[in-house]
Each structure stands twice: as structure tokens, then as C-alpha cells.
Write a protein that binds this ligand. Structure first.
Ligand SMILES: Cc1cc2nc3c(=O)[nH]c(=O)nc-3n(C[C@H](O)[C@H](O)[C@H](O)COP(=O)(O)O)c2cc1C
Length: 237
């Protein structure tokens, strides 16, 4: 059903895209019943995702990882600037170097930089500055945000809504990891600029998240958590 306002909007929109390259959008076209089933199944599936802090060293194929990062790259971004870089680290020595640097920052965090309230909020996770998973997980994905674009000639170009765009891409990444049957941890050993140096990144990139990916350890445990109810997180007028 098209009402007057949206019909007018579509008309203006059609004028605006004159002389531009467009192609018809191909709708997926699910029935009401299919939508209901799919949306419920997707919720149930995503509701099983957990952050895991104990990994197995079981290898994961490069192709699986490529597919996961490819899925993340389908995220929307401000003006389609795609302001992200995904660094994938599998080299054991480099992972260990990153672990040492991360643990140095985390030691400071857990021994003075975090507030009492923060430390209290973290108690239920049983975490400390020791980050064994950085050595054990077969891959570390280091996500960088590109605060501006740097072209091949070294010219700077503006990126828009960088944090929002990269956050959405990481959401896609985590969903893809879960969909492949693997686990991840969204890790923030802040300040994370050591990653820019350790991975020799260009000046437009800032480390955004450090995400170990792999299979869970056989005896991996996760904290008992409950998620907010729909009533708590949603309103409707
Ligand atoms: C932005 C962000 C930063 C996080 N940083 C850390 C971290 O440094 N270390 C850690 O153990 N977990 C970290 N987490 C994981 C959260 O503790 C976890 O997502 C939360 O407890 C909910 O658990 P779930 O992911 O299993 O649903 C982070 C999560 C997010 C989204």
C-alpha cells in the first residue's frame, strides 16, 4: 500500500537518481509465515551466541576466515566509505608479542586504571590481566577503523560516521563467526594503540577491537548471564 506522502517521496527520489547508475533491488519476497519463522529462528540462533574466553588450538581453515570477513564487509557504512581494515594474525610469534603488549596494558587497567565500580562490575566474569586466549586461539582479528581515507597518492579524504560503521561491521563479523559454529571474544586491552605499532599500520588507522576467533576449549565455561527483556529495551508509540 502506497500512501500520498510516500508516493511523493518516491517521485522525488526517482528524479534525483536521473543520470546515475541504479539497478532494481531484488526483494527476497518471503511470505508472512516465512518471515515469522525466519525472524524467530534468527533470534533463537543469535541468542545462543556467547563471548568465550577459553579457546582450543584446533585450526580453522583460511577459507572459513575469509568468508567471515567477507560477510563483515557487507555492512552498511556512512557514504559507503567502508572505513575498516581487518588484520588477521595466525603467526604464533606475533600473537605472543601481541599478548605481551595486551597484558601490559591490562595489568595497568586491573591495577589502578579501572575504577572500583568497574572492577566490581567485572567480578562476575572472573577476568584478570592474563590473556592466554591470545596465544591459544588460531586467529586474532584486529579490527581497525579508518578515521580518514588515505588514497594511493597519500591524499586524505573524509570518512563519515566511522564508529557507527565499524561497530555495525563488527556486529556482522560476530554474527558470521557464530553462524560458522566458531566462537570469539570482543576484547579491548585499552589503550590499544600498541596494535597500530605492532602491525605497522598506516597513520589513518586506529585499533578498534581485538577479536580472538576459533573453537572453544573442550571444557570452556561462560558466566551465567541473562539478557534484558524486550519490554526493557523497546518502546513503541
Ligand atoms: C565493546 C566491548 C568490549 C569488550 N571488552 C571485553 C574485554 O576486554 N574483555 C573481556 O573479557 N570481555 C570483553 N567484552 C565482552 C563482554 O563482557 C560480553 O560481551 C558481555 O559480558 C556479554 O556476554 P556475551 O557476549 O556472552 O553475551 C567486551 C564486549 C564489548 C561489546
Amino acid at each position: 500500500m502506497v500512501n500520498f506522502v510516500s508516493a511523493e517521496f518516491y517521485f522525488v527520489d526517482a528524479m534525483k537518481r536521473d543520470n546515475k547508475d541504479f539497478k532494481p533491488y531484488e526483494p527476497l519476497g518471503y511470505s508472512e509465515e516465512e518471515m515469522l519463522t525466519r525472524s524467530r529462528q534468527f533470534f533463537e540462533y543469535m541468542n545462543q551466541r556467547r563471548s568465550v574466553r577459553e579457546f582450543s588450538d584446533r585450526p580453522v581453515s583460511r577459507e572459513v576466515l575469509d568468508n567471515i570477513i567477507h560477510a563483515a564487509s557487507t555492512a552498511p557504512s556512512g557514504a559507503h566509505k567502508q572505513p575498516w581494515t581487518f588484520g588477521v594474525i595466525s603467526n604464533a610469534e606475533l600473537k605472543h608479542h601481541i599478548r605481551e603488549l595486551a597484558e601490559k596494558e591490562e595489568f595497568e587497567n586491573y591495577h589502578g586504571r579501572m575504577s572500583e565500580t568497574w572492577l566490581e562490575d567485572l567480578k562476575k566474569f572472573g577476568t584478570d590481566h592474563i590473556k592466554e586466549f591470545i596465544d591459544v586461539a588460531p586467529y586474532l582479528i584486529v579490527v581497525f577503523k579508518q578515521v580518514y581515507e588515505l588514497d594511493e597518492a597519500g591524499e586524505r579524504h573524509t570518512n563519515y560516521y566511522v564508529n557507527e560503521s565499524v561497530g555495525i561491521a563488527v556486529g556482522f563479523l560476530l554474527a558470521a563467526i557464530h553462524y560458522a559454529g566458531l566462537v570469539a571474544l570482543t576484547h579491548t586491552p585499552s589503550p590499544m594503540n600498541f596494535l597500530e605499532k605492532a602491525l605497522d599500520r598506516p597513520p589513518n588507522e586506529r585499533a578498534y577491537l581485538l577479536i580472538p576467533v576459533g573453537h572453544p576449549a573442550e571444557d570452556a565455561q561462560v558466566p551465567e548471564l541473562s539478557r534484558k527483556s524486550l519490554e526493557e529495551i523497546m518502546f513503541m508509540h
